[in-house]
Each structure stands twice: as C-alpha cells, then as structure tokens.
Design a protein around this ligand. Structure first.
Ligand SMILES: Nc1ncnc2c1ncn2[C@@H]1O[C@H](COP(=O)(O)OP(=O)(O)OP(=O)(O)O)[C@@H](O)[C@H]1O
Ligand SMILES: [Mg+2]
Length: 423
C-alpha cells in the first residue's frame, strides 16, 4: 500500500527528507561529475529525478507540489544555506536566531516568533555555518569557536559553536535592510514625535556632539543613521564602523571599517587606529558606529578639538549610565586619567545623550533626551529635555523648555515651532 505524506504530515515529511538526503548523497558520490560545483539547475534536475525514483521505490505517494518542494529544499541543503535560504530571501524577516539545530527564531516587525523550520542535526547546522563563512575567509573551529562576519549583502552574522556553546552551534543573523528606517518611519511608529524630531534637526545643524545610548537591538545604529542624514550635504563626514551599516547619501563621505586580526593574529586595524587616521583626513564630523573600547579617549578628544557635530553610540541602559560607561571604558583602556579631568573631558565633549529603549510591547523608542550641562562638585549636571511617558499610550513629555548650553539655546520650542535655525 502506498504511504501518503498527508497521513502523517509533520514527522512523515521530515523523515522522508532525511532518508532522501542520505540517498541523494550516496548517489552523488557515484556520479562522475561533481554536481555540487556545477549550476544549480543541473543539480535540481538530478535531485528531482532521485526524489521521483526514491518515492516510487519506497512507495510514498507524493504530489507534484510536494515533490517540487522537497527538491527545492534538498537542493538548498546540498549547496545553499538549508532552512536559512527561505528566511534570508524573505524580506519581512529582519533577524534570524538559531539556538542549536532544532530551534530557529525569527523577528518580523519587531516581534520574535518561533519558526517551524529545523536543521537535521548539529552537523547539518555546522555545515551551513561553514558554507556561509567559507567565502568570507573566516575561520570557525574548536580553537576559535566564535566569529563575527558580514555577508556579501551586508547582513551581519555571529556564530558560536561547541565547546563554548553548550547546546549545539548557535547563529545570529541581523539582516541588512536595503532601506534603513527614516525619520518619517520613526515618527509613524511612534519611536519619537515631531517635536523631538525638530529638536534633533536643530541639534545636528548646530554641531552638537551626540551620544546615542541603548541596549542591544534598541535601534542605536538606525538612530545614528537618521541623525547623520540630517547633516548638511556640503559637510565632509568620516564614518568608522566594525561592520559598515550606515547608509549616508552625502557626497563627502569616507567610510572606514575595522579589521579583525587574521588567522595568524596579524593585520588588525582597530577603531582607535581609524579614529586617529580620520583626524588626518580633515573631516567636518566623525561618525563612529559604537564606542566600545580604547578608542573612547580619541573620540572624546576629537569632539573637544574642532570636530563638533560628531556622533557615536554606546551600550547603556540609561542616559546617565551612558556617561559612566564612557568613564569605565577609559578605565579599562589602562590610560590613567584623573577622575575630575575625565569627567570634565566627557562633559565638554558630549552635548546630548539620546537614550533608546524597547517597551514591553516591543516598540523601539526614545526614552530620554538628556542635555549634558557641566560639572558641579565633580558630579554631572544634566537637563532632561524630553522623556517617554511611561504607560500603555507612551507619549513623550517635553521637560525642559530652556536648554542651558549655548549650542542648544532656543532649540526646544513650542510644538511645531522650534527655535532659531542655523548654526
Ligand atoms: N524605531 C524603530 N522602529 C522599528 N524598528 C526599528 C527601529 N529602530 C530600529 N529598528 C529595527 O530594529 C533592528 C535593530 O536596529 P539597530 O541595528 O539600529 O539596533 P542597534 O541598537 O544598533 O543593535 P546592536 O545593539 O545589535 O548594534 C533593525 O532590524 C532595525 O530595522
Ligand atoms: Mg548597532
């Protein structure tokens, strides 16, 4: 009697696929041509033939549609990225998180979903990860079990494998979005409101140094991109990132990217090297993707010495913590700076901190806009300009109407009527 796939759809298909996979691999080994290296179409024809042959022999009743789908999936598994193929192609998916072969999560419209796609086993997942990394020249094995890389389309990937990852290989893909969200999108999704946007425009045009702060995935890079778009198109900008994500439309943009050391431990180019080099390139502004290490003092110095309007991001949970985080990073760099001098450097470098957050319903928004005014008794004096109103409706409150700093005077106006423009 014919076995029908419909009868036991879930495990039936998965099992058949696993059997077919083994069968086809055996058959491929008998072929004289290496079909895996040839055109996809030739391989697809071969696989389709084998799917027909095997299902007839094993007496599985498979519809034409099911056979086509099986063929497509098997080809993806043989030469492509397996179950990731569909997800990478699906433009509505922004993030893919794989925690071992059986658990794949995807993010759509800011919400994380469990996907019913699976890898066959650890080996299968590992093969796909290696296949992604191979053309990027990046290495992943027991002796270096973590890797960060960028795919040719700009998507960012991170992989961690055993022995460090205890439950099998893990992979995170932050897909590159062709069009980063623009200010209108952020207003529409209530990440900020028109008054805050008007303030940001003035803040940028007056050359304030800005620090965007937030946790992982809160939208720091997206905000940095939006703010950078507000820079006068005649200005010369140098961007420095670990993986180039910013999409600036300016004529005068020089994009620099750091480089990890190669397998022999040579050839590393750090953010610090690039910040120092950028200063020799006569930029009007420096946009640094993230302050995460020893480059912190160089950036603060740049902000204090004629590169007004520079911007960066930092990983912190509140705007106040963002300032402390800068202090910690200086401390970790091993460079000895007196506490008071350090705070003074930070105060005069940073004009505004924009704190981002994710609300309980997944919305990414501005939590606070903080003006850094100065130091009193060695403590930071700050001024909250806007903050998110807690609660379900989550509107924004304009706190201070009169920023204290010279650069910001008159920038927080009545709704829709920001202060004077110009620098
Ligand atoms: N305001 C927003 N509304 C909706 N989606 C957003 C918003 N800001 C960012 N996103 C989306 O959230 C994801 C993460 O954004 P982004 O890369 O800017 O965050 P991040 O804080 O820089 O992350 P990381 O900490 O990994 O560097 C992206 O897919 C982006 O398109
Ligand atoms: Mg980022």
């Amino acid at each position: 009697m014919n076995r029908s796939l419909q009868a036991g759809l879930g495990p039936g298909v998965a099992e058949l696929k696993a059997q077919l996979h083994r069968y086809i691999i055996d058959q491929l080994e008998d072929e004289t041509d290496n079909l895996l290296e040839g055109p996809r179409q030739t391989l697809a024809r071969f696989v389709a033939g084998k799917v027909g042959e095997y299902t007839r022999q094993a007496q599985f009743a498979v519809s034409r549609y099911e056979a086509d789908r099986l063929t497509e999936e098997l080809v993806d598994e043989l030469v492509g990225f397996g179950p990731l193929e569909v997800l990478l192609r699906d433009r509505s998916v922004s993030e893919i998180l794989v925690n071992g072969p059986q658990r794949i999560f995807i993010e759509r419209n800011g919400v994380l979903h469990h996907s019913d796609l699976r890898f066959m086993d650890d080996q299968h997942l590992l093969r796909v990860i290696q296949r992604i990394l191979a053309p990027l020249g990046r290495r992943l094995d027991e002796s270096s079990p973590m890797v960060d890389a960028r795919m040719p389309d700009g998507s960012r990937i991170n992989a961690v494998i055993p022995p460090v990852a205890l439950d099998g290989p893990c992979l995170s893909v932050r897909k590159f979005s062709r069009d980063m969200l623009k200010s209108a999108d952020l207003v529409a999704s209530r990440s900020l409101d028109q008054a805050i946007l008007d303030f940001f425009r003035l803040m940028v045009s007056r050359g304030c140094n800005v620090l965007v702060s937030g946790g992982t995935g809160t939208g720091k890079t997206t905000m940095l991109n939006m703010l950078s778009q507000m820079i006068d198109p005649r200005e010369r900008i140098v961007t420095i990132e670990d993986t180039a994500e910013l999409q600036l439309k300016h004529d005068h943009v020089v994009r620099l990217e750091t480089r990890p050391p190669n397998a022999d431990g040579h050839g590393e180019v750090t953010a610090r090297d690039l910040v120092r080099n950028a200063l020799r390139m006569r930029p009007d502004r420096i946009v640094l993707g993230e302050i995460r290490g020893i480059e912190v003092l160089d950036v603060l110095t740049a902000m204090n010495t004629g590169h007004d309007g520079s911007m960066s991001t930092v990983h912190a949970n509140t705007a106040q913590d963002a300032l402390l985080r800068l202090e910690t990073l200086v401390g970790l760099s091993g460079i000895q700076v007196h506490d008071r001098t350090l705070r003074q450097t930070i105060c005069s470098a940073i004009d505004v901190v924009i704190q981002l957050t994710r609300t309980s319903d997944g919305r990414r928004c501005v939590a606070e806009v903080l003006e850094v005014v100065g130091l009193r008794d060695d403590q930071y004096v700050t001024n909250t300009l806007f903050r998110l109103e807690p609660g379900i409706h989550g509107g924004f409150v304009r706190e201070a109407l009169n920023p204290a700093g010279d650069k910001l005077r008159g920038t927080v106006g009545q709704s829709g009527m920001p202060g004077l423009g110009g620098r």
